[in-house]
Write a protein that binds this ligand. Structure first.
Ligand SMILES: [Zn+2]
Length: 375
């Protein structure tokens, strides 16, 4: 649809965010808040589906990403298809693919829904990457059983029997193909399609999915940004001389968009925290470029079991996704243990000395910089 048609449509059918249903501007795809909250998939060692050489995903299949997929399947999520394809595009650039295709939908289903959501994503991915698409390679038989009701094991057995090739082998021979689907669950669907493409002579198939389901890590640890309403949790991790003042100050900075506080939970119990300031009057932070990480704490009894590393790496990863390339930490001179830990994360360059008071105590510390590995 052209932008003018979109604009006019906006008057009659207001544009909504596919993840939270809030009204958004006619030229927006996902609201600003959801853009920030979408759970980016950052696990690097994803096991590709059988028959694929690599797997790429945009989001973890949880929270508002799940809502986006739901909208996509229920006719009002075209925005989510376009947005996801733009998140995926830089991730597939390195694959140097020759062709983009998608997991096919049966003709009956497509007629019912009016579109194949995987095709919407694949088309936009083609626009974003310049890699041509071809959706006339594979086809799918109409479903005789509802696939939702099948167990993972049954799906695996069933998947190869419902897809078939409909093209001449020369259309794919020797080509590296990006195979797009909306959700990568067991991988059996992607795997069945990949095998057909390889069978036709494709040199390589890379699976591309908007969302990927993740097995919960065995530790049951979760790291997330907390809201001002949850600030009181921090008093479990540190003895504040004045907890109410801590809450007031952090609430103010969080609402002003100057501060994010990440908490690591085990079950519902907070076991670690790390604060990230993205604005400051000195060299500590610069919005969009350099973030200042402080109040890095792991609860006693949980230290030395990889919790700190997991917290620091995940927070840096999330900030890198938002464009940050430099990170600073403060460390008191005599604290060799902390110095050593920060050095391990690449904070080696001393860039300034600082003095600061907080709730009645004074601290003198060096400010250390870590540059992004690519920067
Ligand atoms: Zn939203």
């Amino acid at each position: 649809m052209s932008r003018i048609v979109d604009f006019i449509a906006d008057i009659f059918m207001p544009n909504r965010c596919p993840c939270c249903d809030r009204f958004i501007r006619w030229d927006e795809l996902v609201c600003k808040r959801c853009q920030k909250e979408l759970p980016l998939f950052r696990e690097h060692d994803i096991k590709p589906p059988e028959g694929c050489s690599a797997a790429v995903c945009a989001f973890r299949y949880e929270g508002i990403a799940k809502q986006g997929i739901y909208s996509l399947k229920n006719g009002c999520g075209k925005n989510f298809a376009l947005y996801s394809a733009r998140v995926l595009a830089p991730k597939v650039k390195g694959a140097e693919a020759d062709l983009i295709t998608c997991v096919p939908m049966s003709r009956r289903k497509k007629a019912e829904r009016g579109y194949n959501q995987a095709e919407l994503i694949a088309r936009e991915l083609s626009v974003q990457t310049g890699v041509p698409w071809d959706f006339k390679l594979l086809a799918r038989k109409p479903k005789s059983l509802r696939q939702h009701d099948l167990s993972a094991e049954q799906r695996r057995e069933f998947a190869p029997t419902i897809f078939y090739a409909i093209c001449e082998p020369q259309r794919v021979r020797g080509k590296r193909i990006l195979l797009v689907d909306d959700v990568h669950t067991t991988g059996s669907t992607l795997s069945a399609c990949a095998s057909l493409l390889i069978g036709l002579g494709a040199s390589d198939v890379v699976s591309v999915a908007v969302c990927r389901t993740l097995k919960k890590p065995r530790s049951g640890r979760e790291i997330r940004r907390i809201t001002p309403d949850e600030l009181r949790l921090l008093t479990e991790l540190f003895d504040y001389a004045d907890p109410d003042e801590m809450i007031r100050q952090n609430t103010r900075e969080m609402n002003a968009g100057e501060l994010d506080i990440f908490v690591m939970f085990e079950g519902s119990k907070p076991i670690g925290e790390l604060h990230a300031a993205c604005k400051s009057a000195d060299e500590r932070a610069e919005e969009g470029k350099r973030a200042y990480l402080y109040a890095f704490r792991i609860r006693e009894g949980y230290r030395g079991r990889g919790a700190g590393k997991q917290l620091m790496e995940q927070v840096i990863g999330e900030l890198e996704d938002r464009g940050y390339t430099e990170f600073t930490v403060g460390c008191e001179d005599g604290n060799d243990r902390a110095r050593h830990i920060y050095e391990g994360f690449g904070f080696t360059e001393l860039i300034a000395r600082k003095y600061e008071e907080y709730q009645g105590d004074g601290y003198e510390f060096g400010l250390y910089l870590r540059r992004d590995k690519n920067g």
